[in-house]
Design a protein around this ligand. Structure first.
Ligand code: SOE
Length: 378
């Protein structure tokens, strides 16, 4: 098996999720390349060494520029806060490295466009980690839609709800909390959570034409971990938007970090002329399906346990009926990336695909400011 040498930049939650995927993938999938955890990179020498030891990285770096200079690195994984994605990606493309970038692609669409230009002119394979596409039940939903099982689609609705920032005592900025700092994150729930819903939506239901949004920042000031001062909060704590898809269907999206009791409830439902489907991250191995063509009195919502050998990805895991979880979606994404390399057919979402999500996020945030419908740039 050929080796694919990975250079990981960052060691937070996503650094762990991706490292786990690189380690597992060759045990379960037969692929042309085997990821090798070559180097982990982060500014704190002690912490990055600890991370490298725990996950089995062969070496460490404390400057990502040094990592990019290394001849023994084939692919760079960007797992740092959003405000660093562009700079690292542009340099990585210039250095001829493949790039796997954590979502969202960028702070905004303008940055995303530069990143797309850079990877496309350097012709380096690239992908953005929108992992929920690779939950088998979600991939199965895509198959059902592509087979025309739903017929014409009327509605797409999605929610991503959390509750971890309700306390005004939660500070903003720094490790673990950069998501609350607009200068590091670019936006709040729109770029962090709705970006997932949007990525799934455009994959399943096609492009979005225009949006009408409203946002709220419930806690207006928080202590900043890096300055020690109480500073204004610039992110959106909650966002609700409606949209029109190019296929004529209507979209309805909501995300908040103020839904007491919800830790990570991502749900979507799609209503078509012939059938509907619904999915819930809390029950991620199930897909709810209602088919209007079912025999009259027996008609009802089916709860499909997406764990059989003929369900997407499942033949690679255990025996039928035994379910898998969140971390496997990342394993699937690495497997698809590697298969894309072998076949010369890039795995989605590429930087270009993820730019579409970025453009929708921009239109959502703009609409929340202007109070009017905004078109999505193309
Ligand atoms: C935020 O809490 C977060 O970790 C997101 O950043 C992830 O993308 C999402 O999958 C889970 O929630």
């Amino acid at each position: 098996m050929k080796k694919l040498n990975i250079g990981m930049i960052g060691y937070g939650f996503m650094g762990r999720a991706h490292s786990n995927a690189y380690r597992k993938v060759s045990n379960f999938f037969d692929l042309e390349y085997q990821p090798v955890l070559k180097a982990a990179c982060a500014r704190d020498a002690g912490k990055v060494k600890e991370f490298a030891q725990k996950w089995g990285y062969e070496s460490t770096e404390t400057d990502w520029r040094k990592l990019l200079e290394r001849k023994d690195i084939d692919a760079v994984d960007i797992c740092t806060p959003n405000n660093t994605h562009k700079e690292i990606a542009l340099a990585a493309a210039k250095a001829g490295k493949m790039i796997l970038c954590e979502k969202p692609l960028s702070m905004n669409a303008a940055e995303g466009e530069e990143m797309v230009r850079a990877v496309e002119s350097a012709k380096v394979p690239n992908m953005v980690w929108y992992n929920y596409r690779r939950v088998p039940a979600v991939t199965f939903a895509k198959q059902l839609i592509d087979q025309g099982k739903l017929g014409r689609i009327f509605h797409f609705r999605a929610k991503f709800l959390q509750d971890w920032t309700i306390s005004a005592d939660v500070p903003q900025g720094g490790q673990g909390l950069w998501r609350l700092d607009v200068h590091a994150a670019g936006s709040g729930v729109t770029g962090d959570l709705l970006a997932h819903c949007i990525d799934t939506a455009i994959w399943l239901n096609g492009s979005v034409k225009n949006v009408s949004a409203t946002t709220e920042t419930f806690v207006k000031e928080r202590k900043h971990n890096l300055t020690g001062k109480v500073e204004p909060v610039g992110i959106d704590d909650a966002c609700i938007f409606m949209c029109r898809f190019a296929n004529g269907s209507m979209g309805n999206f909501e995300s908040t970090r103020y839904a007491r009791g919800h830790k990570a409830q991502y749900i979507f439902e799609i209503n078509g002329e012939k059938a509907s489907i619904a999915w819930d991250l809390h029950d991620l191995h199930r897909l709810s399906y209602f088919d209007h063509r079912d025999e009259g009195p027996l008609r009802g919502w089916r709860s499909i346990h997406v764990t059989d050998g003929d369900h997407p990805y499942m033949k690679h895991w255990w025996v039928p009926g035994l379910q898998i979880g969140y971390e496997h979606s990342f394993v699937h994404q690495v497997a698809d990336f590697i298969e894309g390399l072998s076949k010369g057919k890039p795995a989605s979402p590429t930087f270009r695909d993820a730019l579409e999500t970025q453009r929708i996020c921009d239109a959502v945030l703009k609409s929340a400011k202007t109070g009017t419908w905004e078109n999505v740039a193309s």
